[in-house]
Design a protein around this ligand. Sequence first.
Ligand code: ARG
Length: 461
Amino acid sequence: MVSRNLQWGGRFTEGPSAIMRAINASIGFDRKLWRQDIQGSLAHAAMLRHVGIISAEDEAAIKSGLDSIAARIEAGEFPWDEGLEDIHMNIEARLTEGIGEAGKRLHTGRSRNDQVALDLRLWVRDAIDGLTGQVEDVMRALVARAEEHADTVMPGFTHLQPAQPVTFGHHLLAYVEMLSRDRGRLLDCRARLNESPLGAAALAGTGFPIDRHRTAQALGFAGPTRNSLDSVASRDFAAEFLFACAMCGTHLSRFAEEVVIWTNPYFGFVKLSDAFTTGSSIMPQKRNPDAAELVRGKTGRMNGALVGLLTVMKGLALTYFKDMQEDKEGVFDAAESLTLCLAAMAGMVRDMRPDAARLKAAAGAGFSTATDLADWLVRELRMPFRDAHHVTGRLVAAAEARGCDLAGLPLAKMQAVEPRITQAVFGVLTVEASVASRTSYGGTAPENVRRMAAEWRERLA
Ligand code: ARG
């Protein structure tokens, strides 16, 4: 007996035509392209009239027909029809319904293949413009907090083990650097995708005397694409966009992971308000960093979208195959996910309250100024660094045995290990002295952080 999933399978009892309609239709998701589809059609119609392929009356009818379709969609009154497959045919069919003959002339010299390539490029370009603004907003939030915390000392980690003291401001500015490269990647992607495929038609170009330079210019492109086959067959612009999203998401995810660690009460480095945390339904004491966890979690979708699209494309001969209809949902989802993640991050950065006392105490734990001590031996006693490393190791062991930190080790105990050590050594053993000494370019010293944060503030103004 054939088992039938009544919940989902019911609609296919109509037979093959219903199955075909369901697998073939993209209107359920590509309706998101409606603005771009109309924008492209308006430019195409204006060009068709300019070169004399359609009359001025036809163009006027097309324009008013498309305007009223836009208004109906906007108002949520457009009758989407799965039978009309996709956004292109839904709009064209209603246009013809509304204005008659002229609507049927719109598709002269183009195909859905160049039309969909155009629409998606326009959509991605718009998405990039929104996302770069949002990335800048997160950067601005980080820079403001970095200036505020240029002197706040915290532990720097490698292996999540205390390594050397750093400043909270320096740590935040590390993410500003990452995000500025993410922004650059989005802008690089924008520059490369900014060529118009419209007029490549099905795959070979067209015999109509269309003016592709004109439509390209009208739509804000740098120019038309140069090869009709490439124009309809390529989606590397979308893959590149997805990589830029995935990379930015990955950076946000690493920061989110730090927020999760920092807000853990065992660390207690920062607090988030109720605005970005949730309570537990059963454990009254809980404050869960859900927003950070979701930023971390959503990155999986962006990475998935990238791999998904590359996998769709990897086996396709030139030019268009229906497989490529699968390019859209991942692009939409990644862009929407990143939009949310950036908004959540900007909010959390502004919301978080670092606990300077706890950060400082943690910064001093784990003999974190041992490197400063070794450097002092090199500088003051002219010891080769390898020997200084060894001596410091013995001093750490002595402090460990005594149950104190390096600054708490009496001078006599130090001199038992290395007789030439003087009282002056204590000047480099505090966490403040440690970070203040790191003045090399790009180092964590508060003066560096203040200078770098001010530079970023001006660049982002
Ligand atoms: N909905 C289609 C897509 O998204 C549009 C292009 C259809 N072209 C075709 N030759 N069937 O890819």
